[in-house]
Design a protein around this ligand. Sequence first.
Ligand code: FAD
Length: 466
Amino acid sequence: MNITKNFTQLENFGHSLSASAYLIQPHTTEEIYEAFQLAKKKGLTVTARGAGRSYNDAALTGGGIVLDMRGMNAITTWDNSTGLITAQPGATLEQIWQRVEPDGWWPPVVSGTMKTTLGGCLSANIHGKNNFKMGTIGEHVVEFTAVLPTGAEITCSPGKNADLFYSMISGLGMLGIFTSVTLQMKRVHSGLLTVDAYPVHNLREHLSSLLDGAPDHDYIVGWLDCIAGGKSLGRGQIHATRYLHEGEDPNPQETMKINNQVLPPRIFGVFPKSMLHFFMAPFMNNIGVWGVNTAKYIASLRKHTFRQSHAAFHFLLDYVPDWELSYGRRGLIQYQSFIPKESAEAAWTEMIKLSHKNGLPSYLGVTKRHRPDKFLLTHAVDGFSLAMDFKVTNKNRAKLNGMLQEFDRIVLQAGGRFYFAKNSETTAETAQAFYGEETIAKFKKLKKRCDPNALLESDLYRRIFG
Ligand SMILES: Cc1cc2nc3c(=O)[nH]c(=O)nc-3n(C[C@H](O)[C@H](O)[C@H](O)COP(=O)(O)OP(=O)(O)OC[C@H]3O[C@@H](n4cnc5c(N)ncnc54)[C@H](O)[C@@H]3O)c2cc1C
């Protein structure tokens, strides 16, 4: 295998980080193992990459080998009577929902973009807007197969090789490479969801709305205006959403058709969506976002209920292709903290105030309600998460980094956790403090067993495990 001509510069999703690596696209398990053998011979590290949708350095390994898993993206079996689907790890959530929805099923957990791959989703153990109810994607995995750097091929389920099942899912791709995944889909009776949209006027009301609204809904998510301060700090809008019951939709076969899920390719029937990020770019500064947020908040004051397709509700961001480019050449950092419900209000008040004091407000804030799970490197808590997007510039990078370290301190003090599909500044000391010594020791022991030559290493792994 000659890899020298494939030395390529790769970026994270937010375009704020990059690293050059030898890119290999395997099509079989044997080719993955060959890449491990080559890495061992040449003294290189290996990292898998799905769709590259992580906001941080999870799918980068500077100077190493990156396995582009999109070459293994077949859906191998789909049983529309049981809702069980088996696919290769490079299959995307887009492929999965488009295969199952016309038959009356929907993936039980999805990310805010449909472009992610199953391998990436399992490695991060993604959560959706229904985390409080359905847990993480790992809770719906019936079985997976993986190849370890030793060449061993393993099958894991909650009852078979359970230690590896609960650690490879959430394991940041550092124990082995998924080669096949079997997932249980969720039965749905319509292609539509009912969305209750209502405003919240401050952070206390915001968090109590998430808490009180969750039990009566299937999904709940909040938009938080991170620019507003004073008595309005934490204001925003909640979308609390329900599946339609059987019989509520008079024509489910029609609403579940793929054509009725996707949004039109043009805005107002004129502008191609692909141009939208150019229109957004001039507003991506403190004053522009203040104006947009204020208008959005005023528009959200009318409490209303409407129906929306599953795809439009979950994947709204995908309808603005390349929206991240509107943040400019240095891109964006997303910082997502997970904080227990008792301490979230105080911690996020402090963080938002700090961002105002530094003149570095977040341009987008999204809140969710969560529950804990039993995966080894879990990010979830019985509480809430707040994801904040920050614009990066050459001028603000050092100051932003310093502020995010301060955020980490506040999150730790509040008993919170971090999510390594997102945060890109968190240090090894912070990661060790929130995972705890016992978890780290357990993970390192498994790592030694699965990967005795330490071939699997990403930039993220080096950053948080030292
Ligand atoms: C717009 C947007 C919205 C998002 N919304 C959410 C959300 O709502 N909830 C949420 O939880 N996350 C969300 N994310 C984060 C995203 O779901 C995760 O970062 C996910 O891991 C990305 O999947 P990917 O296929 O792009 O993987 P990559 O980013 O390419 O890789 C992620 C990790 O998976 C590993 N990996 C990839 N394939 C394999 C494999 N076959 N075997 C072993 N390891 C593998 C990589 O080594 C890496 O560590 C969002 C991201 C974006 C860009």
